[in-house]
Write a protein that binds this ligand. Structure first.
Ligand code: F0G
Length: 464
């Protein structure tokens, strides 16, 4: 039954549960010990010690019975496997690009793309670069530039397309550095680092119009492409009666290629790909692929993984699924707001971001308010979230040792795809209500041990 003809208001999970994994219940005293042993870092906690894991929506989804069935058809031939042919056909059908290069996940596609197109001193604009994208650009000695619209930086703005790129700043950048130093321009759909906010078709077209006369290619970081397309259908005039599939094809028609982490909207636990319409580029990328990932018909994945992606890419376009997906995030977001939580508005596609700086004004940024909230949600309810603030992005001056905090102190509650029921979300809300009631008592943290980079994964903390 199509989403439009369904006459009832309740949006329920459009699937039944066929295989289950038990949750091991724990008590608060047990979790206090676990947290202490993990040095107050949730990345160091074992998954069996977590009740509801909202750390990421990446690779944590549930596969469908059709995907598991496809896995049995996996053709593990080294070269020219049937699984690759089915994978390639699915990517071409949904995305429409000429060349499809499989990779083991999104960042591998990024590394190959930027190794081939970037040289030292180049500049790559994006609405907001995801961390691995930025890191892969900087690793080439190039500069990753974020050109998000001002609304995208205002957590309270209800603008419907807060993932849009600032077209005027893009024009100014091209003028300033010259087109020869811009190997490509990216748009991250949806904009993960900016709260999972979508980019409008109008903005995609406007960006393309600016790039075209300069011959600068447009690429999508397409990890959550279907969620972005569904937001266009919901919010952009003229798209209400279009299928998500046709919206995706229109989006892609303005682009010259994409990187993709299939761990998100590919509905799989591992996998990714890189697409381009340019023959010469595809050849160079495949040469590099062979060096580190694998032969171009498997790219570091098993044939069965390619099968699961082929099915997942078609399933993700199911509009009953997308309706439920967006409703789940909105339900969590709206009820958190009802309790009193300041969140990045409006709720995005894959996660809700709590503004911990606004919630815990008694803590200074370098007392890590996001870490504090994240730990309390775990202690109280066994819920694992992730701090996206000064622990993740604080910068330490190598000479003085002085730390500059991040611009925002957020806690992300990411929703794995097709994993949780409504009562799981209701439980999260009940725990959040309890924590909110005593937010003034939440204390800060200090870092006692940390590595030189990507410190959030392994740093050790102590309560102040
Ligand atoms: N691009 C975006 C927008 C992402 O969100 C991610 C991953 C990647 C690229 C990299 O893909 O993990 O397959 O190598 N995001 C995950 C997250 C890790 O938790 O948001 P990958």
């Amino acid at each position: 039954m199509s989403a439009r003809r369904f006459p009832f208001r309740t949006v329920f999970e459009p699937f039944i549960i066929k295989s289950v994994e038990p949750i091991r219940m724990t008590t608060r005293p047990e979790r206090e010990k676990i947290m202490k042993d993990a040095r107050y870092n949730l990345f160091r906690v074992k998954s069996q010690d977590v009740l509801i894991d909202l750390l990421t929506d990446s690779g944590t989804g549930a596969m469908s019975s059709e995907q598991w069935a496809a896995i049995m058809r996996g053709d593990e031939a080294y070269a020219g496997s049937r699984s690759f042919q089915r994978f390639e056909a699915a990517v071409k059908e949904v995305f429409g690009f000429e060349h499809v290069i499989p990779t083991h996940q999104g960042r591998a596609a990024e590394r190959i793309l930027f190794s081939v197109v970037c040289k030292k001193g180049d500049v790559v604009p994006n609405n907001t670069h995801f961390d691995t994208t930025r890191a892969n650009i900087e690793y080439q000695g190039a500069i990753a530039e974020d050109l998000i619209i001002p609304e995208g930086l205002d957590p309270q703005s209800l603008y419907p397309f807060k993932g849009n790129m600032d077209v005027e700043r893009l024009e100014a950048l091209i003028k300033r550095v010259g087109a020869a130093r811009i190997p490509l321009c990216m748009l991250t759909i949806t904009n993960n680092s900016g709260g999972g906010q979508p980019v409008s078709m109008e903005n995609i077209k406007a960006v393309k119009t600016v790039l075209e006369p300069h011959g600068i290619p447009l690429y999508f970081d397409a990890a959550r492409f279907a969620e972005n397309a569904y937001f266009i259908k919901l919010r952009e005039p003229g798209y209400q009666d279009r299928s998500v599939k046709s919206i995706v094809r229109e989006m892609m028609s303005y682009a010259d290629g994409c990187t993709m982490s299939a761990k998100k909207d590919g509905l799989v636990n591992i996998g990714g790909f890189l697409c381009t319409n340019e023959d010469r580029l595809a050849r160079q990328e495949k040469d590099l692929l062979i060096l580190t990932e694998g032969f171009p018909t498997y790219g570091g994945l098993a044939g069965r993984d390619l099968e699961a992606i082929a099915v997942g890419l078609r399933e993700i376009l199911n509009e009953d699924y997308l309706k439920y997906r967006i409703a789940e995030a909105r339900y969590l977001g709206e009820h958190l707001v009802e309790i009193g939580y300041p969140i990045v508005q409006p709720p995005g596609g894959h996660a809700i971001y709590i503004d911990a700086k606004a919630l815990l004004p008694h803590l200074r940024p370098l007392q890590y308010p996001g870490q504090s909230l994240s730990i309390e949600l775990y202690l109280e309810g066994g819920i694992r979230t992730v701090e996206i603030g000064s622990v993740m992005f604080g910068k330490i001056d190598p000479d003085t040792g002085k730390e500059t905090p991040a611009r925002m102190e957020l806690v992300r509650l990411a929703l794995p795809r097709r994993v949780h029921t409504q009562s799981h979300i209701d439980y999260v809300l009940e725990v959040a209500r309890d924590v909110y009631g005593r937010k003034e008592q939440l204390g800060g943290y200090r870092i006692v041990k940390q590595p030189a980079f990507l410190r959030h994964f392994s740093a050790e903390f102590e309560p102040l």
